[in-house]
Design a protein around this ligand. Structure first.
Ligand code: CP
Length: 307
């Protein structure tokens, strides 16, 4: 593939190739020599129109570990504040020789537009409420590393599904890889028909307590207050009482089950500190795995099959 814009871009073989390559990259990262020469002479631009900690830093670390040159662009402090368009910004970066553009943008679909304007590969690092495919890949990698497989796993994705690009990409990718996803949350935060529209086998439940005893993975989503008005969201206390994962709820999970969260977390809202910091939590591992997975994505887009 040339671009990674959506979880739907990945068939099972391509997704598995990325996960297997990421596992090889992780063994390199664990050794004393942390750098590979694979992308020497290639330029990766990180084009961020929206705030990020994990995704931006891990793409930078991934590109540097593959010996690529990295240009970090943040809309704040750039000519975007003077009204320069996404297209003109992209063409400017291309003129400086970008082989890949990693883009985060508040508008759903912006990476797809960008892919029409630049010659290099485009990687969607999160677009509005639409998709975040490398997050889904690192989540799948983490599940496979902890539980040994993806096919047949039962995964609950819990909370603010409406605004979650992480949920959309996870439903698409996990379904492709044979896991069964149940979306859980208040009816106001689960869009009508989302489950069937993304992947027909996806289930929906409004009752977290009844779902927990039957899952291998519970993935808590951040409540995105910045994207909502109060009609979606009655009160933080009510939300936490019905859909927050606390200690007693965590103990309803099967013994082997893991707890995930893409970050950043609202501690005390969708997840309590007791759960986030427990041995079942993979939240820190997800961040570590994100570097290897993004190395694999950049390697396969720029240095592997397309060279
Ligand atoms: N999970 C995630 O995308 O985090 P950031 O917004 O910090 O990149």
């Amino acid at each position: 593939i040339k671009h990674l814009l959506s979880g739907a871009d990945l068939d099972a073989d391509t997704a598995t190739e990325i996960l297997d390559t990421a596992a090889e990259m992780a063994t390199v990262a664990g050794r004393e020599i942390k750098k590979l020469p694979a992308l020497r002479g290639r330029t990766v631009v990180n084009l961020f129109y929206e705030d990020s900690t994990r995704t931006r830093i891990s793409f930078e670390a991934a590109a540097k570990r593959l010996s690529a040159d990295v240009i970090n662009f943040s809309a704040k402090g750039s000519s975007v504040t003077k009204g320069e368009s996404l297209k003109d910004t992209a063409l400017t970066l291309q003129a400086m020789g970008a082989d890949a553009v990693v883009v985060r943008h508040p508008a759903s679909g912006a990476p797809h537009r960008l892919a029409n304007w630049v010659d290099g590969s485009v990687v969607n690092a999160g677009d509005g409420t639409h998709e975040h495919p490398t997050q889904a890949l690192l989540d799948a990698y983490t599940m496979r590393a902890r539980l040994g497989r993806l096919a047949g796993l039962s995964v609950a994705v819990v909370g603010d599904v409406l605004h979650s690009r992480v949920a959309r990409s996870n439903v698409l990718l996990l379904s492709t890889l044979g896991a069964k996803v149940t979306l859980v949350g208040p009816p106001t935060l689960i869009p009508v028909d989302i489950a069937g529209a993304l992947a027909p086998a996806t289930a929906v439940s409004y009752d977290l307590d009844s779902v927990l005893p039957n899952v291998d993975v519970v993935m808590m989503l951040r409540v995105q207050r910045e994207r909502m008005n109060d009609s979606y969201f009655p009160s933080a206390r009510e939300y936490a009482r019905r859909y927050g994962l606390d200690g007693p709820r965590m103990r309803r999970l099967p013994e082997h089950a893991i707890v995930m969260h893409p970050g950043p977390m609202n501690r005390g809202m969708e997840i309590t500190p007791e759960v986030a910091d427990s041995p079942r939590s993979t939240i820190v591992e997800q961040v570590t795995n994100g570097v290897s997975v993004r190395m694999a994505v950049l390697y396969l887009l720029l240095g592997g099959n397309n060279r």
